[in-house]
Design a binder for this molecule. Structure first.
Ligand SMILES: Cc1cc2nc3c(=O)[nH]c(=O)nc-3n(C[C@H](O)[C@H](O)[C@H](O)COP(=O)(O)OP(=O)(O)OC[C@H]3O[C@@H](n4cnc5c(N)ncnc54)[C@H](O)[C@@H]3O)c2cc1C
Length: 362
């Protein structure tokens, strides 16, 4: 039976970030993941200012910046006409942009940074159960050859995603529900008149909205709360390659507790919400860095009291954005569009909304 200070279950972006931060402090850390390899999918494509700040001391930010696209403008369209264009570069911050990068690339960079600290992810290693053991926690895991092993750690971090085994083993409720809408996304190479450096929200009085983010020199992510994001692209769009398409449901759920004894939850294991606002992975990075800092200064007892209300607040923001974006055609949608037309040109929109889009906490 092996012993280490922290066992991290899950090597998605959140587990990797936690391992890097712990590793930098010299904390003995072990990180395991049930999958054979990291995700090849683009999933979370927006890295916000707060994440760039949090990941800067480890050198990860420098690598992310070298790989990603800096988005400096957010445009709102109504029925094909421009309504407002927010200049994110006017925000007074040295990271006055949103960084767009495929999650597969973000995970590659995180795993490399972790490797530089001499820590590798132990893959095809699956947590199957855990129990308190003296002052620590005993984890039961299956190894690649199918055999079972036990590991006693002082602390365990469950960063094992929305279906978290850690959360279930701790018998912690995942409170919330699934939204009814079907969502879809498509990563495509295309030619169109909207360029490859801005985010765009296309609203329509006749139907659903479409959101686009650039993810490559001639490539964008299109996302909508219908099952056909591609069908909502502006008429002048010519799609030459579909890289990834997915139809999915979105839930709004938060773990009732983020701690059970010596085990803690972070990232999607602790909260899931709609992609509106692109906060999911960023909120997880914040959890991970807070966990590592608190582990170092001996204040882990305050982790849940800090993280749960912040998670609840972000979930409420994304829920509001989701509901506004998902209004069906009719009076509600007309009122929304009229309100947006009215406030769009107010300077306060630029002053208040642009920092929020960048994830700057005010
Ligand atoms: C289509 C899509 C689009 C998205 N867009 C955005 C966006 O624009 N912006 C944003 O911020 N977020 C976005 N997200 C959300 C984002 O992808 C997640 O928030 C993020 O991946 C969560 O990271 P995580 O490390 O907490 O969990 P995950 O990425 O789910 O990683 C969990 C890891 O745990 C491993 N694991 C699971 N169970 C076990 C076990 N028992 N033992 C060992 N290992 C285990 C898994 O193999 C996995 O590698 C999107 C998600 C999807 C699906």
């Amino acid at each position: 039976m092996a012993e280490s200070n922290v066992l991290i279950v899950g090597a998605g972006p959140v587990g990797l970030a936690a391992a890097i931060e712990l590793g930098r402090q010299g904390t003995p850390v072990r990180i395991v993941d049930s999958s054979e390899s990291r995700t090849g999918l683009s999933k979370a494509v927006g890295i916000n200012v707060q994440s760039l700040e949090l990941l800067e001391p480890s050198g990860v930010t420098e690598r992310l910046l070298a790989a990603g696209i800096r988005i400096r403008r957010a445009n709102l369209w109504l029925d094909g006409r421009p309504l407002v264009s927010l200049d994110l570069s006017l925000v007074r911050h040295r990271f006055n942009f949103l960084l767009a990068l495929s999650q597969s690339e973000t995970e590659r960079i995180l795993a490399e940074a972790l490797g530089d600290l001499g820590i590798d992810v132990e893959r095809r290693t699956t947590l199957v159960g855990l129990e308190e053991a003296g002052g620590g926690i005993r984890a039961r895991m299956t190894l690649p050859d199918g055999s079972e092993t036990q590991h006693v750690a002082g602390t365990l971090l469950g960063a094992d995603g929305a279906r978290s085994t850690v959360r279930k083993a701790l018998d912690i409720d995942f409170v919330g529900a699934r939204y009814e809408n079907t969502w879809s996304l498509a990563d495509v190479t295309l030619s169109w008149s909207h360029g490859y450096s801005d985010v765009n929200l296309f609203l329509s009085t006749a139907g659903p909205m479409l959101f686009t983010v650039p993810i490559g020199p001639d490539r964008i992510r299109a996302i909508s709360q219908t099952d056909d994001a591609l069908g909502l692209l502006p008429a002048d769009s010519l799609v030459t390659k579909v890289h990834w398409q997915s139809v999915f449901h979105v839930a709004l759920r938060q773990a009732a507790h983020y701690q059970g004894g010596n085990a803690f939850l972070a990232g999607d294991a602790a909260h899931v919400h709609s992609p509106a606002g692109g906060r999911g992975m960023n909120l997880g990075f914040w959890d991970a860095c807070s966990f590592a800092r608190r582990h170092a200064d001996g204040t882990l007892a305050g982790y849940e009291a800090e993280r749960h209300p912040i998670g609840a607040r972000i979930l409420a923001i994304t829920d509001r954005m989701f509901r506004i974006a998902s209004l069906p055609p009719g009076l509600g949608q007309m009122a929304r569009n009229a309100a947006m037309r009215t406030v769009a040109q107010l300077p306060i929109v630029q002053r208040r909304i642009a920092p929020q889009l960048l994830g700057i906490e005010t």
